[in-house]
Design a protein around this ligand. Structure first.
Ligand SMILES: Cc1ncc(COP(=O)(O)O)c(C=O)c1O
Length: 374
């Protein structure tokens, strides 16, 4: 059996250990320290906008804190892109609020502005203005930022930008992670850079960052003893983990370039296969191509190909199953147009790691070609 090819595996730069060793040498083995501050500064510099970054334990905790800071509570409604990973929606339920799911459009596979406005009007007519809109740049492809923001402004609803998969992507030359009232990043093991697990909340003011850090460190009021007037969370990133992040930030642009070149390789190698299509970048969009995805002509071909790759020890995965189809979220309202269901049926994510070798890429193409000739 050939060695396993993973969908998206961690890829270290070699610089990580320097920061981790420094943390040990100086005894900063805690959820604070120079690597935490340094990692936050590195991300702030990279984003290149007037934003503030709080390093946290995960992208999910960043989403949760953003909803808390927006005052989302029991009985509220929060709009969420249906085609996403469950972590985009779970924090809505943590707060006792209801997710309202919105289908995708075909140009970016992200939140459909038409369905979004239909949903907002309908929710208002039913008596509740949604408290927030969670929009996701899926697989690194930016969502329709201008269109979504325009609707958000029109109805005065804040946007939480789920940029977990899109660090390094741009929309009209501005970095993803800077478009929301709050934005979040993930450094989970499969992301474009990883800290093994981790995330960040991006805020527009220092005051909001400070409030997020306060909540993330058990909401300790200023007093010589432990004093609490709010419920807190243990959501801060550790100084060791942030050391990995500092090392990873030194090669983020290389990872983006490599993932984009994987995508180009797939397009080029499969261009004569009429059963396979790709999502193109619309004008003004720059995707980090976190995952290279293909659409097959049918669900049967998609599943057949997935199993054929599995036989060759190559991991691939159907595109996200929409949240409105998930057993745990089925009862919540959804505004659908069939797009995300079709993408789920026909879409497959191919191995996309920045550490894929030419040999591995050739193996994947051979396996795909072999499936279509048999
Ligand atoms: C779109 C999306 N949102 C949120 C998350 C949650 O991030 P984390 O795993 O760091 O909690 C992830 C990835 O895991 C994701 O892909």
């Amino acid at each position: 059996m050939n060695p396993k090819i993973w969908l998206s595996s961690p890829h270290m730069s070699g610089n990580e250990l320097k920061y981790i060793t420094e943390a040990f040498d100086t005894n900063w083995v805690a959820p604070l320290g120079p690597n935490v501050n340094g990692f936050e500064n590195d991300i702030q510099t990279y984003l290149n906008e007037d934003r503030h970054v709080a390093a946290l334990a995960s992208g999910t905790s960043a989403l949760h804190l953003s909803l808390i800071l927006l005052g989302v509570s029991q009985g509220d409604e929060v709009i969420c892109q249906s085609k996403t990973f469950s972590a985009s929606a779970n924090p809505i339920v943590y707060q006792g609020a209801s997710p309202i799911f919105i289908d995708s459009e075909k140009d970016t596979w992200n939140m459909c502005p038409v369905q979004l406005e239909i949903a907002i009007k309908d929710r208002i007519a039913k008596g509740k203005t949604p408290k927030a809109i969670i929009a996701v740049h899926l697989y690194g492809m930016p969502y329709k930022v201008d269109e979504i923001n325009k609707i958000a402004v029109k109805y005065n609803i804040p946007v939480v930008e789920d940029s977990a998969e899109s660090l390094g992507s741009q929309y009209k030359n501005k970095n993803c992670g800077t478009f929301g009232d709050f934005s979040i990043l993930s450094f989970n093991g499969n992301k474009i850079i990883t800290t093994s697990g981790g995330g960040a909340l991006i805020t527009k003011t220092l005051k909001l960052k400070e409030k997020a850090v306060f909540l993330a460190t058990q909401a300790r009021d200023s007093a010589p003893h432990y004093l609490h007037s709010e419920i807190g969370y243990n959501y801060r990133m550790s100084n060791i983990v942030a050391g990995i992040g500092r090392g990873q930030m030194t090669i983020l642009d290389n990872h983006v370039a490599k993932r984009r070149s994987n995508y180009k390789f797939y397009v080029e190698s499969l261009k004569n296969n009429e059963k396979i299509t790709f999502l193109q970048e619309p004008k003004g969009y720059f995707s980090n191509r976190w995952l290279s995805c293909i659409l097959l002509d049918s669900k049967e071909t998609r599943e057949g190909l997935r199993l054929a790759l599995e036989k060759e020890n190559i991991e691939s995965r159907p595109l996200w199953k929409p949240m409105h189809q998930q057993p745990v979220f089925k009862e919540y309202p959804s505004y659908t147009n069939g797009v995300s269901d079709e993408l789920f049926n026909r879409g497959l994510c191919l191995p996309s790691g920045s550490n894929l070798t030419k040999n591995e890429l050739d193996r994947i193409i051979s396996a795909i070609n072999a499936y279509f000739v048999t």
